[in-house]
Design a protein. Structure first.
Length: 181
């Protein structure tokens, strides 16, 4: 596969940067960004109930590697949480999903769209390392009591699975969300 670096996401159409949301409702903007951060904290601290609370009932998690290899989609809150928590028995290190350059692209009373860089680190207790980089594009919905993620699109700058994709077993492909051949 040919990767078009740098700027692959804009070139491929996976990302369309706008001018950003108007500078209104700073409290709402903060709550929207906090919901995405809570997703990261819940995953890293392995709290499935809090992870579940981050998504709407009809939520979707999808991803891709350089807009070339699709990951998912996983539709419904329970399917998302089942897939994400399925990594936990295989990850013996401490993960840290770090959000950087957070932006609110759009917000109104009922919906919002955010963009955040992802820096995924891990630590085995002796050393830390970068696992992967990329970005999240999240569509959120105000459900009255809280903002929740309606659609999360994770765009990775490199594969997050071990070895070459064509060497992964069918079980390994499913675990990593590569559902299409």
């Amino acid at each position: 596969m040919e990767w078009r670096l740098p700027g692959w996401a804009s070139q491929s159409g996976a990302l369309s940067l706008g001018k950003g949301a108007a500078a209104s409702d700073p409290g709402g903007r903060q709550l929207v960004l906090e919901r995405v951060a809570r997703y990261c904290w819940a995953y890293d601290e392995r709290q499935a109930d809090l992870l579940e609370d981050c998504f709407t009932g009809d939520g979707v998690w999808e991803g891709n590697v350089l807009d070339k290899v699709p990951i998912g989609p996983f539709a419904t809150r329970s399917a998302i949480v089942d897939w994400l928590t399925g990594f936990w028995p295989h990850q013996h290190d401490q993960r840290r999903h770090m959000l950087l350059n957070n932006m609110v692209e759009q917000i109104d009373g009922n919906s919002a769209t955010t963009l955040s860089y992802l820096l995924l680190m891990s630590s085995n207790g002796e050393a830390s390392k970068i696992e992967c980089t990329g970005f999240y594009r999240c569509s959120l919905r105000n459900e009255g009591d809280a903002w929740r993620i309606e659609r999360m699109t994770a765009c990775f700058d490199a594969p997050f699975w071990p070895g070459a994709l064509d060497q992964l077993s069918e079980r390994g492909r499913r675990r990593h969300g590569v559902l299409n051949r």
